[in-house]
Design a protein around this ligand. Sequence first.
Ligand code: HEM
Length: 454
Amino acid sequence: MSVIKKFSSLPHPKTSNLLFGNLLQLRDAKINFFMENRKTIGNIYRLRIPGKKIIVVTQPEWVKYILVDNNKNYTKSFAYDSIKVFLGNGLLTSEGEFWKRQRRMAQPAFHKEKLQLMFQNMRTQIQKGVDVLEKNADTNKSINLSEILYKITLDVVNSTLFYNEVENTTNEIYNLVSKGNEYIIDRVNNPIRLPNWIQTPHRKKEQAVLKAMDDVFFGVIDRRLNKKEQHEDLLSMLMDARDEETGKGMSKRQLRDEILTIFIAGHETTQIALSWTLYLLSQNKDKRDLLYAEIDEKLEGATPTSQNIRSLHYLKQVIDESMRCFPPAWIVGRKTIEKDVINGYEIPEETNVIMPIYVVHHDEQIWENPNHFLPERFSFEHYKDQHKYAYFPFGGGPRLCIGNNFAIQEMQIALIMILQKFRIEINDDFIPELDPLVTLRPKNAMFAKVYKRK
Ligand code: HEM
């Protein structure tokens, strides 16, 4: 019979500070800290952080155990409390029966048939971005590619799920999301906080961001309520949904939380994935040529449709490999409800479990040459024997990203429409540094030159 080892016997990184334990290392080094620990400690260890029990798990078998097999024993980890301050109690942060009901209501908006109906609309929104690229093509001018892709993904979500009800405030939304991101991470990194009633300048700024978010999203609800015509979008589905038992609809506050969550989760991640994909293609010209060849041969210049994109296998491999290299949501976390046993160690109740997706995606024992961009590793012959949780950019189990197929479809259409026409060359002075906040944005704006393909 195997003996269950004590929690305190789990290995941990050397602490750099007596008072804060590993907190400062975590805050300052983020991804590097986790990557280093993978090399020097292993794929299951604990962190020493005052007032919190935290373990880090990067072994696919155990990731699956936590997200899928024993998911009932897990809620979301402490970091989501900080996200909650901004997004409220929407799908990403809610729990239990309440979450289940909300997910059931939102799920139909993402069914395959619904995604097919959105296809044309996605193309129309993406075309606007392609037009901007066209205007700048062959001018030798450097354009801010991140900004153009951001506008595309914002328009796609706004148009397909909210019938353009979020008013055209690209810059405002971008600034709000950026600030929200920073404040959330600041809260995660500085868990020891003054009580809410003490108004520091920082807290005032945070509240101003919250107020601006409320103004945008309560505005969306009010505009829709005042409209006569019907729209069959996610917004209407959520507004019309009634509780099976009470017959009551959602409160305005709950609606605000749900639409804000889906709006934010739905555009920033996809923009990041598209940015990194175009970066990787510009750095790996042999792979880009293979993709050009596939798109040209299979589509012969035709516009992408829900039928013809299915034959573009290499494109799908490129997208998968790009999200392996740069997973837009680079980390997920859970917390034990009751005590559990992981890898022979007793894990007490209320232990936070951090699963840095990025580290699993770059584990040398799982992936050969993990720092190389090799889309072929996702071909059927290569990938069939891989562990299902060696690659999990969309999370897994019941809390799997609701927008995974939406995002893939959008990326397929966008990449086809861009690559059919252009060669995008990211400027040589772009440094691919990571800015691992809630998402994995590039630290620096991505500037590029655009050339028409002859
Ligand atoms: C490349 C694009 C995307 C990536 C990489 C991504 C990644 C993720 C991940 C990793 C999770 C799980 C979080 C956890 O387990 O704690 C998640 C959840 C979620 N995502 Fe996405 N996402 C993407 C696109 C989208 C889109 C397009 C939408 C909506 C239009 C969306 C909406 C959501 C929502 C609402 C949740 C919470 C689901 C629940 O718990 O029921 N995401 N996403």
